[in-house]
Design a protein around this ligand. Structure first.
Ligand SMILES: Cc1cc2nc3c(=O)[nH]c(=O)nc-3n(C[C@H](O)[C@H](O)[C@H](O)COP(=O)(O)OP(=O)(O)OC[C@H]3O[C@@H](n4cnc5c(N)ncnc54)[C@H](O)[C@@H]3O)c2cc1C
Length: 369
């Protein structure tokens, strides 16, 4: 029997697999996609500082180096926030394969084209394997722990932990990779506007001088469902409080480990996968993969990331309440360095003070305090 099966070869799954294989455990990662990392469902932006968790990202994974973000108010005014260490727009289909290769180099096995349809339990009621299909052949494989890193689509998560998404917190996104367009290549562009993207934003993430990911995410409120039929659904409901069961661990976007303000989840997925791996390794060594033992992952993740992301969520809730006129005032009142701090979820009391400079925004500011 192998030690760990990881379902999903996105950043969370391969980061988790890599760490476990480094510790000497046998790990098998399965992904239903024929090609790892493709098709992308991502604007592909990441901060350079994320390399603290990922290791140095090879040049071949980077489509464009970025020095900061340009934030546009609804009236067209903008503010440039320059990051001290910059960022990248990635080529996810190359990047995700690189992460998978890194996991394989340490000894994990990664197999694409393999759909995992279900999980199986042992005689104690612990999750202890998966059922799947590879090239038309059904199979069953046993493991001491099953990790669910299936991203936003997570029926297996729902089955194991009974966690479902809240409909009013489902972002609907659409993105085109466009070419032959004019774009300032070394800035990502974010447009705030209740008209263009209610309760969300429009993004233009350059991938060279005349190429960019152009997309928008909104939280639908009053539009007809048919309008969203062709749009990709992005789920990030409340972060999952309890991410473990007997023999089972949930990580990455499957657990809604995503930055709530901008929906960036690559870094969070990697951190979550690595933290999950640390706990799993400890539990496997003690030969105890009970829910109680695996719960250490809950503790560590909530302490290190969860509470911080909760603060960021508060900021998002605040911004969602702003009208276009408020957003104009806000962009007017902000300093470039504030934007970077707020996106990190830091200094919310400072944002409250900024909002309070505008009498109209005082009520909203109180929400942050
Ligand atoms: C429109 C959009 C734009 C985004 N832009 C950014 C951005 O600019 N920067 C950023 O950091 N984040 C961005 N994100 C978020 C980011 O893409 C995710 O948070 C991140 O990929 C999550 O990593 P993950 O490993 O948890 O899941 P995923 O990357 O989704 O990987 C999950 C994997 O599991 C596989 N899988 C699912 N079910 C099964 C199954 N039953 N059997 C086998 N395999 C299965 C899938 O095929 C997939 O490969 C964006 C998301 C969207 C939707």
């Amino acid at each position: 029997m192998i030690d760990v099966i990881v379902i999903g070869a996105g950043p969370a799954g391969t980061a988790c697999a890599k760490k476990l294989a480094e510790e000497g455990f046998s790990v098998e990662v399965y992904d239903k996609r024929a090609e790892i990392g493709a098709p992308k469902r991502c604007a592909e932006g990441i901060s350079e500082a994320s390399q603290d968790f990922l290791g140095k990202i090879p040049e071949r994974c980077i489509a464009q180096k970025i020095k900061g973000a340009r934030l546009y108010a609804p009236d067209g005014r903008y503010l440039d926030a320059i990051l001290s260490s910059g960022g990248f727009v990635l080529e996810r289909k190359v990047f995700d394969k690189w992460l998978a290769e890194e996991a394989v180099k340490t000894g994990a096995a990664v197999q694409a084209n393999t759909f995992i349809s279900d999980m199986v339990k042992d005689e104690r009621g612990y999750y202890a394997g998966v059922k799947g299909e590879f090239l038309g052949n059904e199979f069953m494989e046993k493991a001491r722990v099953v990790v669910c890193a299936t991203g936003a689509e997570s029926p297996l998560r729902n089955k194991a932990l009974g966690v479902f998404s809240k409909v009013n917190l489902i972002d609907s996104c659409i993105q085109y990779e466009m070419t032959n367009i004019d774009v300032i290549p070394d800035l990502i562009h974010i447009y705030l506007s209740g008209v263009l993207a209610p309760r969300g934003y429009v993004w233009v993430f350059p991938k060279g001088e005349h190429k960019a990911n152009v997309g928008l995410g909104i939280i639908p409120q009053d539009k007809k469902p048919a309008a969203y039929m062709n749009e990709f659904l992005k789920l990030h409901p409340d972060m999952v409080k309890d991410m473990v069961a007997n023999g089972f661990v949930l990580c990455g976007e499957a657990a809604n480990h995503v930055n709530p303000i901008h929906g960036g989840g690559i870094k969070e997925a990697v951190i979550s996968g690595q933290m999950a791996a640390d706990t799993i390794a400890e539990c496997l060594k003690k030969n105890d993969v009970s829910k109680k033992a695996l719960s250490k992952f809950n503790e560590v993740w909530w302490k290190e990331r969860g509470n911080h992301l909760k603060r960021v969520e508060k900021l998002r809730e605040t911004l969602e309440k702003l009208s276009d006129a408020d957003l104009n005032d806000l962009v007017d009142a902000l300093k470039p360095e504030d934007i970077i701090e707020f996106a990190r979820g830091a200094k919310l009391s400072v944002l409250a003070k900024v909002l309070m400079r505008k009498p109209r925004l005082v009520g909203i500011a109180r929400h942050l305090l």
